[in-house]
Design a protein around this ligand. Structure first.
Ligand code: NAI
Length: 579
């Protein structure tokens, strides 16, 4: 390829009085550092230059506030058409990281924020890793979530460093850890508060202590006789979450690891070859597409000026209780209202369970519980920036409530309804300021379902809608804007699918067979089981709303089951018997 003299510079070197080279990575025209072919080629040139200078040591750091390096440039990656093009990118990255690893002086990756995928692989090629100690610092190899696995030496370097059990747990799940956990695992040499980060990096260069070594037991987990046993354990663990047919990447990773651990060159080669065959397959293509769709939704909620603090939730039932708990988990002050204290108590108990699972540490659990205030008299209404209504699905009851609370709401506060079927236009007549009403349609279970439909009524103001999307991002959910039409988007797609399954079942096809066809196809759960899980009364209700609008028929079988009190999982029986 021709050398393009206009290629923007992504790196900057500073050499200080101790003769330490500080290589600043600051990708031009991007808010986040990612690794592309162009970046790798520049990095390679800089490393050659630095090597020729013979400094005391090298510190690699990022000038971006978002973090160190978020990974490979995925958009560029997906444009690669042939296996040969993919191999070229993989070989280039491997060669650059090999060069980095072979430098004859100490090297430190100085990490804050995201250090993921290719960024983690680069950090692993350094002799030491020091990180900022805060929850925002995330280290990991999340490639499996895109249907691939590391290919720039991530597994070849992480496995020998911390042993197969911990390394493969990170690689196969794609989960990330903070600096302190990384330190405990041996992945990181030191995790310190931000103000010490630079001096700690310097100290590693000046002292040049022996690099971290895996323990005896960790090395044992990498040994040839142990690997076949561990491989079957790994396979079983992965199978619980993802079938090999639909998600080949983790299984391919296990094979690479089983065959080549302790043979670095062989493992690097196998990583690249295996990845090249995955990346052009349908799973990776589809997961990458999902990734970009998610990025698109994330970008909708980026208004940095909107900073709500207090959320008031009315209705402490299935949805309201969990919405309130989730908002408090994400740092908001939340008041939770219902008709009586005893209706709020179960929601508080569920919140405690959620926090125990998510936060683990008692101080953090207590802090989250402190942010969640039971408030049966509704004091919080007048303090809230956002009021979320999740009471019974009845337009009259909702209107009565709105008339009562609106006069007490702060100027500019948003009123959000979690209704799944009432058009906003039926609710606005109760309001003085109809432009403040927006739908925030969460899905059940709130803690698991990423999507929140942002329902725009005819009178919802653009500002309220934008704020609702920003708030949705602040609680780490994905905002999907929809207009106030029956079923919005998700139920409009889901219901015909569920109803067709109900019809099939009524025609005599066993429920388990229908579900198996769906799970074989790749659905996480079959439609009949899903209907039972959602609750057949809720399905019937949504089906009625949609059927009225689209002139469709509701299967008799569904009506009969609901009429006879068979509501699915929650009543002990529905299409299935639940024990
Ligand atoms: P639920 O019946 O579990 O809870 C409703 C709660 O609201 C009850 O605790 C009730 O005491 C309280 N409530 C009723 N009127 C009240 C009032 N005037 N003041 C204070 N509290 C009042 O209902 P669920 O399932 O949580 O649904 C709530 C809303 O969320 C509905 O609009 C529903 O359509 C919607 N939704 C439900 C989903 C689900 O899967 N259950 C999914 C998405 C939305």
């Amino acid at each position: 390829p021709m050398t393009d003299t206009t290629t923007p510079e992504h790196f900057r070197i500073e050499t200080d009085a101790d003769n330490i080279a500080w290589l600043h990575f600051d990708k031009s025209d991007a808010g986040t550092n990612v690794l592309s072919m162009e970046v790798l080629e520049q990095l390679d040139l800089h490393l050659q230059q630095i090597a020729a200078q013979c400094p005391r040591g090298l510190v690699i750091l990022s000038d971006k506030s978002s973090g160190f390096i978020a990974g490979a440039d995925i958009s560029a990656f997906t444009k690669l058409k042939t296996g040969a093009e993919v191999m070229e990118l993989l070989n280039t990255g491997q060669a650059v990281f090999n060069r980095l690893e072979a430098l004859p002086f100490p090297t430190v990756a100085m990490i804050h924020g995201f250090c993921l995928g290719g960024g983690m692989e680069l950090a692993l090629a350094c002799r030491y890793r020091v990180t900022r100690d805060d929850p925002g610092t995330r280290l990991g190899l999340p490639e499996v979530r895109l249907g691939i696995h590391p290919g720039w030496g991530g597994s070849a370097r992480m496995v020998p460093l911390i042993g197969s059990i911990k390394a493969m747990d990170l690689i196969l799940s794609g989960r990330s850890v903070d600096g302190r956990t990384g330190k405990r695992m041996g992945l990181v040499d030191q995790a310190v508060p931000e103000r010490h980060l630079g001096s700690v990096a310097r100290k590693f260069i000046l002292d040049a202590p022996p690099p971290h070594q895996a323990s005896f037991v960790e090395r044992l987990t990498n040994s040839a006789p142990v690997r076949p046993l561990l491989a079957s354990v790994f396979r079983k663990q992965v199978a619980k979450r993802a079938s090999q047919r639909h998600y080949p990447a983790p299984y391919a990773m296990i094979e690479v690891w089983r065959k080549h651990t302790n043979d670095k060159a062989g493992m690097l080669k196998a990583e690249a070859e295996s990845l090249a065959s995955l990346v052009t397959g349908p799973t990776a293509k589809n997961l990458v597409r999902v990734f970009f769709l998610q990025e698109q939704l994330k970008a909708l909620g980026k208004d940095k000026t909107y900073k709500p603090k207090h959320v008031h939730v009315i209705g402490a039932g299935t949805m309201g209780g969990d919405i309130a708990a989730w908002c408090a988990l994400r740092g908001f002050n939340v008041s939770l209202q219902d008709q009586a204290p005893e209706r709020i108590a179960p929601a508080m108990a569920r919140a405690f369970k959620l926090y125990r699972r998510k936060l683990k540490k008692p101080v953090r659990i207590t802090a989250a519980m402190d942010r969640l205030m039971p408030d049966h008299t509704g004091h919080g209404v007048s303090k809230a920036d956002i009021v979320i209504e999740a009471i019974f699905e009845d337009a009259d009851v909702k209107r009565t409530l709105y008339k009562e609370i609106e006069p007490r709401m702060k100027a500019g506060a948003i009123l959000a309804t979690n209704t799944s079927s009432i058009p906003l236009e039926e609710l606005t007549p109760a309001l003085q300021e109809p432009e403040r009403l927006v739908g925030l349609h969460f899905f059940n279970p709130v803690a698991k379902m990423m999507l929140v439909e942002i329902v725009n009524g005819e009178s919802t103001s653009a500002e309220v809608s934008a704020h609702a999307m920003t708030f949705t991002r602040q609680i780490d959910r994905l905002p999907l804007p929809v207009s106030s039409t029956p079923g919005f988007l998700v139920n409009r797609i889901l219901m015909p699918y569920l109803m067709e399954a109900v019809v099939l079942e009524a025609e005599g096809i066993p429920a388990a067979l229908i579900d198996k066809a769906a799970t074989d196809f790749g659905m996480p759960m079959g439609p009949v089981e899903l209907a039972d899980t959602v609750g057949l009364d809720i399905c019937l209700h949504v089906a009625e709303v949609l059927a009225g609008h689209f002139n469709a028929e509701i299967p008799e079988r569904l009506k009969q089951l609901v009429a006879s009190g068979k509501l699915g999982k929650k009543s002990g029986s529905g299409f299935y018997e639940w024990k």
